[in-house]
Design a protein around this ligand. Structure first.
Ligand code: ZN
Length: 700
């Protein structure tokens, strides 16, 4: 499971001011004892430019790989090989998201690099924006809203641009003319009714037929998918593999068959490269546990066996001492309306030792938190096992983690493995840091926060509580609770992801206001949590709407979860005058009247959400999500969009990666790795498409 960043949160702006204060203080201190060396370092730090560029509703940032120089040569070499493995899966994700994505991306890139016409026309400028959006979303559908975004240029412009290309550059099917190629892809790009949504969760439609992703072949229906995978499940099996995770389910001669992602199977060309670099990495591994996990992953890629996948997950979760770690594989299933198929993602990272300390405190006290939660006894875990929580520094982002990336990860996803072997939970501190520092002076707080007191709280504690909430969500929230015996982990079906995120968020919200947190030294006093409460309510009720187009409802699981929690609490807090939306000078703001009661409500909802999960109460989940999470008040929505527009903040952020260059000795062994941060966004995307793109354009 992942946790994604909330737009540009107030925290980021506030954090920046805290950061500035710290930096200024540091600079003052440096001046007093100034040496040439520290001065130079200081300049290098302030010179780092976190903002790269902005287009449409997207902002591209850059992150810094903090403490890179503190790694050993071996660790750097290890990271180098793993980041190659991370970059080789990019095309897989494009194809998983939609079967035309590679054809469209390759066409756009051919035009982008060969265009001879006037680049100052509106059409060309819109073409540039569209191309950058396709890169950003790993395809033609919005990475977050799931809807197809349309080109701002004309069909004529596109047709002419394609016809002017060297025919060898047009990614047509074998034997297909340029005209036939255009006839095939133009409707996919321009017709709003065709492949309109990557993931469609509408309960009134067939969510498989209506979703434009490429996890299922033509003509496969929701009912067929459910029947097919239910038949594989054995309720008595206490260690079920994640059926269907690594395949496309298609119909051949009227029969359903799985095309498995593996070497020799679907996506073989890319997976062979991933396997090559994982194998190369082995010589630099830190220890045997790490080696064993990677060996199992390689075996999984070679065989496609989900039993091996589980063995890999078990080996991986047990390796918790290594400095360097990574995610590489078919991992999260948010991209499939039924949550069965997993998208390919990768992230290489190493421990942020300084910040790991507070996360460690949480995990050492995990049992206390479990025992004292407002959840009914029978739904609690008797033993919360092996929660490893760390703060990490990301070194590379790949696949579904690039360019938009989670700020926290909790893996593996398999329920029984989590129960028996525990899970790894991380918060990615250099990414959060980059968000904070890039968000300087946007005016967000002045626009949306109701009162001076809240502003002050957020300024002082926003960053701290934001990070703590993320840690608690990942480390305690996802790890808590248990299913009653015999309950199907997928019982909540399409509501499952939203539900799981709500459970984790509520656990964190409930406990961030607990005196225990102050006692453990994680927060300085009993006021700090209010910063998180206020932000959460403001985001769930209002500001996250900035990411939704006018007229649309809320689709994405994390956004639904926040909306559900905030609206349920608003509704149930009416009688007690706990929290309300108030209109001041024509602007709606959230006003919290009673923080203690707000906490009680979070606790009540947590108990109910855990009950529903533990018992597999689909009807209750459906009812709450449909009542509180999905619908948008159109008037408030318009207001938020207008106020946001005035601020000119990009609601979604993504990142460019640093560039790694290996230095090899005469035996071909890596003897050093250089890191640079100068590559631009388009430059990086084009390079990836050139150097890490051997997958066929059509994989059907
Ligand atoms: Zn989560």
């Amino acid at each position: 499971m992942v946790i994604r960043n909330f737009v540009v949160t107030l925290q980021q702006i506030v954090n920046f001011s805290i950061y500035m204060k710290k930096t200024i203080l540091l600079m003052m201190m440096t001046v007093a004892v100034c040496t040439g060396c520290t001065k130079e370092k200081q300049q290098a730090e302030t010179a780092f430019d976190y903002n790269v560029e902005k287009f449409a509703d997207l902002g591209v940032l850059r992150y810094q790989v903090t403490d890179w120089d503190s790694l050993s040569i071996n660790q750097k070499a290890y990271i180098y090989c793993l980041q190659e493995a991370a970059l080789w899966g990019r095309d897989i994700l494009f194809d998983q998201n939609n079967r035309y994505n590679l054809a469209i991306r390759r066409t756009l890139e051919a035009i982008y690099t060969n265009y001879k016409g006037d680049k100052n026309t509106d059409d060309y400028k819109a073409f540039e924006v569209y191309t950058k959006r396709v890169w950003f979303s790993n395809g033609i559908h919005h990475h977050y809203g799931e809807e197809k975004f349309l080109p701002g240029f004309s069909e004529d412009f596109f047709t002419n641009a394609v016809c002017e290309l060297d025919p060898a550059l047009i990614p047509a099917r074998k034997g297909q003319s340029a005209d036939a190629f255009l006839a095939e892809i133009i409707p996919v790009m321009f017709d709003p009714t065709i492949m309109a949504k990557k993931v469609n969760q509408d309960p009134n439609v067939d969510v498989i037929v209506a979703s434009a992703n490429n996890y299922y072949g033509d003509g496969v229906t929701e009912k067929e998918v459910e029947t097919y995978y239910n038949a594989m499940k054995n309720p008595k099996d206490l260690s079920p593999v994640p059926y269907g995770l690594n395949s496309r389910l298609v119909k051949k001669d009227g029969k359903l068959v799985e095309e498995v992602y593996k070497v020799g199977g679907l996506y073989s060309v890319a997976l062979e490269k991933v396997v090559y670099w994982l194998t190369e990495a082995q010589q630099y591994a830190e220890n045997d546990k790490q080696k064993a996990a990677t060996a199992a992953l390689i075996e999984f890629y070679k065989t496609g066996s989900l039993k091996t996948y589980d063995q890999y997950a078990i080996a991986w979760v047990q390796d918790n001492e290594s400095m360097v770690d990574y995610v590489n594989g078919f991992t999260e299933s948010y991209g499939d309306a039924l949550g069965i198929k997993a998208s390919w993602e990768a992230m290489v990272n190493f421990q942020d030792i300084r910040l790991t300390k507070s996360v460690k405190i949480l995990s050492e006290n995990a049992q206390w938190f479990e025992n004292n939660s407002p959840v009914a006894q029978e739904f609690k875990k008797e033993k919360v096992k092996g929660i490893t929580a760390k703060a990490i520094t990301a070194a590379i982002l790949g696949g579904d983690c690039y360019p938009t990336t989670p700020i926290g990860v909790n893996l593996p996803n398999s329920n029984w493995i989590r129960k028996e072997y525990g899970s790894k939970s991380v918060t990615i501190t250099n990414i959060t840091d980059a968000y904070d520092k890039a968000a300087a002076g946007s005016g967000f707080a002045d626009e949306f926060v109701c009162c001076p007191e809240e502003k002050k709280l957020m300024e002082e504690y926003g960053s701290l509580t934001d990070n703590l909430h993320t840690s608690m969500h990942e480390c305690l929230g996802h790890a808590s609770g248990q299913l009653l015996p015999g309950v199907d982990p997928d019982a909540l079906k399409a509501y499952g992801s939203t539900w799981e995120e709500s459970r984790a968020d509520l656990f964190a919200l409930y406990y961030i206001a607990d005196p225990k947190v102050v006692e453990l030294g994680l927060l300085p006093n009993m006021d700090a949590y209010k910063a998180e409460y206020y932000k959460y309510m403001m985001n769930g009720l209002m500001t996250q709407l900035s990411r939704i187009e006018a007229g649309k409802s809320i689709e994405e699981a994390h956004m639904r979860n926040r909306s559900m929690i905030a609206h349920w609490v608003l509704d149930h807090g009416k009688a007690g005058n706990v929290v309300e939306l108030v209109k001041e000078n024509g602007k709606t703001v959230v006003v919290v009247h009673d923080y203690a009661k707000l906490r009680e409500l979070f606790g009540q909802l947590l108990a109910e959400v855990q009950r529903v999960k533990s018992t597999g109460d689909f009807k209750a989940a459906q009812n709450l999500v449909e009542t509180y999470a999905v619908k948008v008040d159109p008037v408030l929505h318009q207001e938020v969009l207008a106020r946001y527009k005035k601020l000119n903040i990009a609601p979604y952020k993504g990142f460019v990666n640093p560039v790694y260059q290996a230095i090899k000795d005469k035996d071909g062994k890596i003897s050093g790795v250089n890191i640079t941060y100068t590559e631009g966004y388009a430059e990086q995307q084009l390079r990836y498409s050139k150097e890490y793109s051997d997958l066929p354009t059509y994989n059907d």
